[in-house]
Design a protein around this ligand. Structure first.
Ligand code: MG
Ligand code: ZN
Length: 224
């Protein structure tokens, strides 16, 4: 089989992309300092559209029961659906609409944080835009990064997206109740994840029912 491999970005984009990523990294460091100054543990939640990022955040919020001591930045292209769903759990929420951008970046987070009331906040969740490619390349300054994937994405999601899974501190496999009807082998997905990122915690969940949510809380080092 003939394989054509890209050796990176198009020639004219190389310098631009290098600058962009370097600028993002330096803003991410500033964000981290800001979070540390206020003692806010910040978690970047990444994953495909429909993997269950919002449902997972809602389930964690419910179990934590910390009300306004938790804040959420919800990233989305144009809608406020996720922010409204999360708000119903009592957390402070701010929506960031990225328009055509397929990921959040450290600059957007800096702007969002400036506009939020963060007094008394202990934990900040950032729900990234649904996408398994570029969010991994744009650290936001979060202390931990979590990637959610669900069995409904089929058997090859993890092997096909090694870069983002390498970035994760916690990998969540969601919708495990659907593994049988989807004919997906959960153990194989776990093996794929462990091979790519042996350090990350691998947690199986059904965020709808609450299965595995306590393990996610423990895996992220959140106190209950
Ligand atoms: Mg969502
Ligand atoms: Zn993107």
């Amino acid at each position: 089989m003939k394989i054509i491999k890209s050796r990176g970005p198009e020639i004219f984009d190389i310098e631009l992309e290098k600058d962009l990523l370097a600028k993002n990294r330096s803003l991410a460091k500033e964000n981290r300092k800001r979070f540390d100054r206020s003692n806010i543990l910040t978690i970047d939640i990444m994953g495909s559209i429909g993997s269950g990022k919002t449902t997972l955040i809602k389930a964690v919020l419910k179990r934590l029961g910390m009300g306004e001591k938790v804040a959420v930045i919800a990233g989305d292209l144009t809608t406020t659906i996720d922010a409204e769903r999360i708000e119903s759990e009592g957390a402070r929420v701010i929506q960031v609409n990225t328009g055509k951008e397929c990921h959040l970046d450290a600059h957007l987070i800096q702007q969002a944080v400036k506009r939020m009331r963060l007094d008394g906040v202990k934990i900040l969740f950032i729900e990234n835009v649904g996408n398994l490619i570029c969010p991994g390349e744009f650290p936001l300054g979060a202390h931990k990064r979590l990637v959610v994937t669900s069995v409904t994405e089929g058997p090859y999601t993890i092997v096909k997206h090694p870069y983002i899974f390498k970035e994760a501190d916690v990998i969540v496999l969601n919708k495990i109740d659907l593994a049988k009807p989807m004919k997906v082998n959960i153990s194989q997905l776990e093996k794929d994840a462990r091979k790519i990122n042996p350090q990350a915690a691998f947690i199986r969940t059904n965020a709808q029912s609450g299965t595995g949510i306590q393990k996610v809380i423990n895996g992220l080092g959140l106190k209950t």
